[in-house]
Write a new protein. Structure first.
Length: 615
């Protein structure tokens, strides 16, 4: 008996098998043929607007599971809001400029790249980005994501590039943009500055060394120094401040030694010399440096007599003064910090403060004797041409030979690496373009805005608040080819740098018509408004700036390039929905880029920043 025939089962015309590999493409083709997205938008006219602004994926390669998660979550939100009675448009976009594309194009060219000029390389980069944006677009459509796929936003489109320049011009108009010599994260493989968002922290094994900086004054003179009032035994021949570092390669650029004014420092007698380290770290230093027999002669605070004393530099001629700074900690080391202002942010700030009040002949240098490839220049003759990280071993041996190496070990710690080439990066002072975080209140406005935004999950607020609170000035320049140029001019007569809002606006108008390639096609004279003169010397002959803008700035201004032109209600967006890594990436740059010009005074209470990995 067929027992199924004895059951009262529901009847349906639906097939028993979904057969999705065949049916899904048919369904998607029908949606496209019927212009389903456009019909939904047309039907939604008059409804409340809900805008999810798409963070642009990078156009280099096929999509992966992260892309799928991102787009599907956005599609769920857009469709749910549509069914809830909103008009919820979705305009996808792509980030098309930048080093990954340029790097891949140059890699594929091999030796052929030597015969190509900038414009030829940019053309190949554009073709590469065009190819992969179209591939990704088709793959996103295959996921069933509805959107305005025929009219996406691309950061390499002329209209978008023009908006990038206009937003940059607004920052210039506020007085918050400057070009200066300053230490930045530098990739020695790609030969360019990096943004914080372009750095990943990975374990790295570095030298861990303790180095003596002998005080110039004899012990007999130091014993009578104001604030010390300390007697040294007759056999003591030298008194040295001991620093600890994991970057021996920065010692040739040393300019000073820094102590904390409120930390207690111990005068530790070891044989016929005295070394100075933080009192709380004496035992730790003694163990690391194998100091079996030592005596503490006394302690003094950093503010008691140390400031202004001079020490002998361990790898160079000249003397390094002792300065005081609040950034010195007791977490590791000796409580005494070697200062190389060309290779560290805090070092740089400390030396700037010192130089502001120092006599011209006493000012310290912002020294960085390292080239673009991370090799010592001729300024460090003994190690010239050597990659700085590989030179560490030789530098340690030189310190040992000079009698100033107190101890040497290794340390595995978290260290910044380039997110593209995965190689360790360095801090290196170079001429770069910056947006000041504090000159025009950018940091303050950004922090106020963070408080007004709804963060999902709520912990996202504290994460990005801490990042913005502590970040340095925004380095906007990159030493590459594939991107939007910085529209600045250099006077041929006096070398003054001209970043003028009128010039930038004029260039933006040209770019809107011809694309950013025009900056590389035309001479400077053809890119300037009539009558442009150097404000310093009155010169009329100029050269073009060669650097391009940070791609994070490009994607950060998408609110101005995509939302504002589409009419009332689109700006500001209701939701930014990206992975948690975008707290230091697109969330971060979008918040900072929003405050160009007078926009910093506008409230944007509608916006929500959400991280799907936390849902």
């Amino acid at each position: 008996m067929d027992y199924k025939a004895t059951l009262n089962l529901p009847q349906t015309e639906f097939p028993m098998r979904a057969n999705l590999p065949q049916r899904e493409p048919e369904l998607l083709a029908r949606w496209e043929q019927e212009h389903l997205y456009e019909r939904i938008q047309e039907a939604g006219k008059g409804r409340p607007l809900y805008v999810l602004h798409d963070g642009p994926p990078y156009a280099n390669g096929r999509i992966h599971i992260g892309h799928a998660l991102n787009k599907i979550l956005k599609d769920i939100i857009v469709k749910a809001k549509t069914m809830a009675g909103f008009r919820a448009p979705y305009v996808p976009g792509w980030d098309c400029h930048g080093l990954p594309i340029e790097h891949q194009v140059l890699k594929e060219l091999g030796e052929k790249k030597k015969g190509l000029d900038t414009l030829a390389i940019r053309t190949l980069c554009r073709e590469y980005a065009e190819k992969y944006y179209r591939i990704q677009r088709d793959e996103f459509r295959r996921l069933g994501v509805l959107g305005d796929w025929e009219h996406p936003y691309l950061t390499m489109d002329p209209a978008y590039e023009a908006t990038i320049l206009r937003e940059f011009g607004k920052f210039v108009a506020t007085g918050g943009v400057y070009k200066g010599l300053k230490p930045v994260l530098w990739c020695t493989v790609d030969h360019t500055a990096l943004a914080e968002a372009e750095v990943e922290y990975e374990d790295h094994t570095s030298p861990s060394i303790y180095v003596k900086f002998p005080l110039v004054n004899a012990p007999s003179v130091l014993s009578r120094a104001a604030g010390f009032d300390l007697s040294f035994p007759a056999e003591v021949k030298t008194v040295s401040v001991v620093i600890w570092t994991t970057t021996p390669w920065t010692l040739p650029a040393n300019q000073a030694v820094c102590l904390h004014p409120d930390i207690d420092y111990a005068f530790v007698k070891v044989g016929n010399e005295v070394v100075i380290v933080a009192q709380r770290l004496v035992e730790e230093v003694a163990k690391a440096c194998a100091l079996a027999d030592y005596t503490i002669l006394g302690t003094r605070k950093g503010s008691q007599g140390f400031e202004g004393l001079e020490t002998q530099r361990p790898l160079a001629d000249g003397f390094s003064p002792i300065l005081l700074g609040d950034f010195v900690t007791l977490d590791q080391g000796t409580g005494c910090v070697h200062i190389a202002p060309g290779h560290g942010q805090e070092d740089y700030a400390l030396v700037l403060d010192y130089n502001a009040s120092a006599a011209p002949g006493e000012r310290l240098e912002i020294l960085a004797p390292v080239d673009d490839a991370g090799r010592f220049t001729e300024a460090v003759k003994e190690f010239a041409g050597q990659p700085v990280l590989k030179a560490n071993a030789g530098i340690i041996e030189r310190l040992r030979a000079n009698g100033v190496l107190l101890g040497s070990q290794t340390l595995t710690h978290s260290y910044p690496h380039c997110w593209r080439c995965k190689q360790p990066v360095i801090f290196r002072a170079t001429e770069q373009w910056f947006v000041s975080m504090d000159e025009q209140g950018l940091r303050r406005h950004a922090l106020d805005e963070i408080d007004r935004v709804t963060w999902i999950p709520a912990r996202g607020h504290d994460r990005i608040h801490g990042m913005v609170s502590n970040r340095p000035d925004w380095c906007l320049s990159r030493q590459r080819t594939w991107g939007t140029p910085i529209p600045a001019l250099i006077c041929a007569a006096c070398r003054a740098v001209l970043a003028d809002p009128q010039v930038i606006s004029h260039v933006a108008d040209l770019v809107a018509v011809h694309g950013a390639d025009i900056w590389f096609q035309k001479p400077a004279q053809d890119l300037m408004p009539t009558g442009t003169v150097c404000p310093k010397c009155g010169g009329r002959q100029f050269e073009k700036e060669r650097d391009i803008l940070d791609v994070w700035f490009e994607s950060g201004v998408s609110h101005a390039a995509v939302l504002k032109p589409r009419g009332q209600g689109w700006w500001p967006a209701d939701l930014y929905l990206e992975g948690s890594d975008q707290h230091r990436g697109w969330f971060h740059s979008a918040l900072l880029a929003k405050f160009s010009g007078c926009g910093c005074r506008r409230r944007t209470t509608r916006k929500t920043f959400a991280s799907p990995r936390r849902f």
